[in-house]
Design a protein around this ligand. Structure first.
Ligand SMILES: Nc1ncnc2c1ncn2[C@@H]1O[C@H](COP(=O)(O)OP(=O)(O)OP(=O)(O)O)[C@@H](O)[C@H]1O
Ligand SMILES: [Mg+2]
Length: 504
């Protein structure tokens, strides 16, 4: 029935300097449905969504909203047409309150001032209507990610969005937050809002989607209902080969201690104690996992032991040497590799090329320098090798990292950190944003590097990932390690319970 189609794309194509990101894409969104968009890293999902939300112009093709052909020249036009996009990297202003963020750019005016009373009333009505509760006066940067995301959704609804686009909304959420998000989405579709939902997590797709479109290399390969497909079939269609959705874990044979922290206490950016008196060890050939609800000190812990954040007290020992605080170079020289949680802030220099990002920690060493200068040949050779090995989708080593898709940016960091000669790796959310094929590859590599001798500290909000890869699991709660569990004794339920209340 055509009357229930809210959005139709016909023959959309988009090329970036010869790279085909979208190729003759047809796509239909129906009223009140959740339509999942799947595809490997670099398939063209974000590009397509940016076209719908007016951030990019297609080279070719037509967009119909409620049956009427539209040109969406800019995001303002998209908002007028009822399209709201929630980007993976939130676009809210950190120091603003939720209320200020929600109304930003669409403030109700009374005379010459902003009518905050009116805004509050409207937000209260929306809250009741959609079962979305927020505290309008909370400062957004102090809120957990799940709530920040809710502010973003609110912002779109406040502008009367009838079409909501969510680009990998669950990548940053813990399972409980994802459940809450799904409840909200179900309420919204009952109100006839239509949703496009991008994710790499196939079980989520099966759980929430009414329709599923799969993209591969810029082309839509098929549209399905969840009843006529399953996770394995979707994975294969996306990646073009069979994918192991579970890794083959083999027990570790830990060796001597490679990394140790003793009585570590670290403050967060607002001056409160975020890590309290934490002690643990990581041995060679061992993966120690840190499980915890996000915001319980993991970020401060990993930053401080990577030398990026001041410590209040405690000792850090790497490869038998006591490490000075705040000295990442020294840590790296003593064998540290680090996949940081925030790839844009700590992992990459976006305007730099892939090749230069891959030598960020080793650029001053041979073979990347010779006779006091850069050795471009060696730099490019290294990069080509890593691009191949990690299947990084790019035109070549000289492509700027800012032009890569989210998942491919993550692969650049992983390729650099996995290929460096190191003895201890901090892997913080290593597979965030990666497609199922790349997750499989990274998990295999982690186990292989472990067996070659690497000690790994794995921090992840994916409890699945922690349970399937870690030999020992530490549960962190309010900045303290409150439980240490061996792999064979760990279950999803027991760890989940400790994560939310600090004891079993
Ligand atoms: N501004 C740009 N300049 C050059 N190339 C770009 C630009 N934006 C995207 N691309 C390229 O277009 C292709 C599709 O990228 P896109 O971000 O749409 O992928 P995606 O499906 O969202 O992937 P991911 O799952 O990793 O987020 C990639 O090869 C990417 O490198
Ligand atoms: Mg993307």
């Amino acid at each position: 029935m055509d009357d229930i189609t809210v959005l139709k794309l016909k023959g959309i194509s988009k090329t970036f300097h010869g790279v085909r990101a979208n190729s003759d894409v047809d796509f239909t969104l129906k009223k009140g449905e959740i339509h999942a968009l799947l595809g490997e890293n670099g398939a063209g999902k974000s590009t397509l969504m940016n076209i719908i939300s007016g951030l990019l112009q297609p080279d070719k093709g037509e967009i119909f909203i409620h049956g009427k052909r539209q040109k969406i020249q800019n995001p303002r036009r998209a908002i007028q047409l009822g399209i709201g996009m929630i980007h993976q990297h939130f676009m809210i202003v950190p120091g603003f309150t939720s209320l200020e963020n929600i109304i930003l750019g669409s403030e109700p005016i009374k005379g010459v001032t902003i009518d905050f009373q009116q805004a509050r009333r409207q937000i209260a009505i929306l809250s009741d209507d959609c079962g979305l509760s927020i505290d309008p006066d909370a400062v957004t940067e102090d809120l957990p990610v799940g709530i920040q995301q809710r502010v973003e959704i609110f912002k779109a609804l406040y502008r009367n969005a009838g079409i909501l686009i969510l680009d990998e909304p669950t990548a940053v959420l813990i399972p409980q937050e994802t459940d809450t998000l799904f409840k909200i989405l179900r309420k919204l579709v009952k109100k006839n809002i239509s949703i496009i939902f991008i994710t790499h997590k196939l079980q989520e797709v099966m759980q929430i989607a009414d329709s599923i479109s799969v993209m591969q290399q810029g082309v839509i390969k098929g549209v399905f209902s969840p009843e006529e497909t399953d996770e394995q079939a979707l994975a294969e269609l996306m990646i073009g080969r069979e994918v192991l959705l579970k890794n083959d874990y083999l027990p570790a044979r830990p060796g001597k201690i490679v990394f140790e922290v003793k009585k570590l206490t670290v403050m967060n950016s607002r001056g409160y104690e975020a890590v309290s008196d934490v002690s643990f060890r990581v041995r060679e050939r061992e993966i120690v996992g840190i499980a915890g609800v996000q915001g319980n000190g993991q970020a401060e812990l990993s930053e401080s032991i990577a030398g990026l954040r001041k410590i209040k007290s405690g000792e850090i020992t790497l490869s038998g040497r006591r490490m000075p605080a705040l000295n990442p170079r020294k840590m790296i020289e003593n064998g540290l590799a680090h996949i940081p949680e925030d790839r844009l802030k700590h992992g990459l220099v976006l305007p730099f090329s892939i090749a230069d990002n891959q030598i960020l920690c080793t650029y001053y060493r041979r073979p990347y320098v010779h006779f006091f200068g850069r050795n471009p040949k060696a730099i490019l050779k290294n990069s080509r090798k890593l691009i191949n090995r990690f299947h990084i989708k790019a035109r070549g080593p000289e492509e700027a990292v800012q032009n890569l898709s989210g998942g491919n940016q993550q692969k650049v960091i992983i390729s650099r950190e996995f290929s460096r000669d190191s003895s201890f790796l901090i892997a913080n959310q290593p597979t965030r944003g990666l497609d199922v094929g790349s997750v499989e590859y990274v998990h295999k590599q982690l186990i292989m590097l472990r067996d070659k001798g690497l000690g790994v500290l794995l921090i992840s909000s994916e409890l699945d990932e922690i349970l399937s890869l870690s030999d020992t699991i530490l549960v962190i709660y309010r900045g303290r390690v409150c439980s240490i569990v061996r792999k064979e004794d760990a279950t999803m339920e027991s760890i989940g319970r400790i994560m939310v209340r600090g004891f079993e």
